[in-house]
Write a protein that binds this ligand. Structure first.
Ligand SMILES: [Mn+2]
Length: 391
């Protein structure tokens, strides 16, 4: 029997509205390593989006390097990493050169010949890193979506063929970083850039031989359709306040030599309290007061939902904040019917000039005053933008 632990979408280096999450990642790694020892895990699978960006910040690379050192001295036999769409293939190639050994396996790209990875003659891995157009020999143009699906199908077939050509009798796991049709995403999870069905792949196209599919890309843990063997394990940390209440998981898969599997979800503790508070000022005051009594270190996002725009909202909220609460963002969402404005999800969605004009509307100034204030504002804004360009 082989024991596998499936995790993905770490997004190392990702900020939460400007806040570093290094401590939480180190806590997660310690938790993961203790579960590896406690459960006697043989193989760790990380199904893509190891880093949040193609040029990860130094602290993220350091955290990954520290993790590799700890993995090497752990009881684990193998750790396999594949690239996700957030990872840079060329950056992972550098890490592969520096960090790969008998135990650590890094796949910046899916192997072009569909060849898999054989671990100790006990387990066969299909390391299907995120497939970019270049990997699939695809150019943009007519019938792009159809050609893309055909290219996916051809590649997945190739993976199956390689497995059977090699005369493999050992169980097979497919690691893949992709967006399967029918998976559900949460708002703010970083994959919403995929509009409609573009880039989505039907599970029926996937390789047929694997007994388990260790999927990455979607942040909410879920199985695909009714299949227990096809899973997204989700992110280990809440990546946004929308995910704050979600239970994060890893997945333990025990695989018998005949390919029979049993699956257990491994709940991940919350290493830092993320609180999303929505409501009018009174509700915000009460919730912050409760957090103050609770005393735990919390990151907090406030969404003001009052009947009308509050002036000096950030300042008012800041003054209500107890010392154990770190205020990460203050947003406003005005109810359209009551305020006579279109609904504002997030002040960040409006241009500074629009926000300024709205402020002027509120003040009901003389036309002359309005014109000179607008001019002064434009100049100040332009000076700021020029400064940005020069840094
Ligand atoms: Mn992804």
């Amino acid at each position: 029997m082989v024991k596998v632990l499936h995790t993905s979408d770490w997004h190392l280096g990702r900020l939460l509205d400007g806040e570093e999450r290094g401590e939480e990642f180190y806590s997660f790694f310690s938790f993961m390593l203790s579960e590896i020892e406690r459960r006697g895990i043989d193989v760790l699978l990380v199904s893509g989006d190891v880093f949040d960006s193609s040029v990860p910040r130094n602290s993220a690379v350091q955290a990954f390097a520290d993790l590799l050192t700890r993995l090497r001295s752990s009881s684990l036999s193998h750790a396999v990493f594949i690239a996700g769409n957030h990872d840079s293939a060329s950056f992972l190639r550098i890490l592969k050169t520096l960090g790969e050994n008998d135990k650590i396996h890094i796949f910046p790209n899916a192997p072009s010949d569909g060849e898999g990875l054989v671990l100790d003659n006990r387990l066969y891995i299909m390391p299907i890193a995120f497939l970019r157009d270049g990997d699939l020999g695809l150019g943009y143009g007519e019938d792009y979506e159809t050609r893309q699906l055909e290219a996916y199908a051809r590649y997945f077939n190739l993976c199956d063929e390689k497995y059977s050509v090699n005369g493999m009798k050992i169980p097979c796991i497919c690691m893949a970083h992709l967006f399967l049709t029918g998976s559900s995403i949460a708002p703010g999870d970083g994959v919403r850039a995929n509009v409609g069905t573009l880039g989505q792949v039907s599970a029926s196209l996937l390789p047929k031989t694997p007994c388990y599919y260790a999927l990455g890309h979607i942040h909410k843990p879920q199985r695909i359709g009714k299949r227990a063997d096809m899973r997204y394990c989700g992110t280990p940390l809440a990546m946004s306040f929308d995910e704050a209440a979600d239970q994060k998981t890893m997945i333990e898969v025990c695989i018998k030599d005949d390919g029979q599997i049993s699956i257990e979800e491994v709940p991940i503790p919350r290493f830092r309290n993320l609180q999303l508070i929505k409501g009018d000022l009174e509700k915000i005051r009460a919730s912050l007061e409760a957090l103050g009594h609770d005393g735990s270190q919390a990151y907090c996002e406030i969404v003001y939902e009052g009947p009308a725009m509050e002036t000096e909202l950030y300042e008012k909220v800041r003054l209500l904040c107890p010392p154990n609460v770190h205020l990460v963002a203050v947003k406003a969402s005005i109810k359209a019917s009551e305020a006579g404005l279109e609904s504002i999800q997030d002040l960040g969605m409006l241009s500074p000039a629009t926000v300024f004009q709205r402020k002027l509307d509120d003040l009901g100034l003389e036309e002359e005053q309005r014109r000179s204030l607008t001019e002064a504002f434009s100049q100040a804004l332009k000076a700021l933008e020029d400064e940005d360009e020069n840094t």
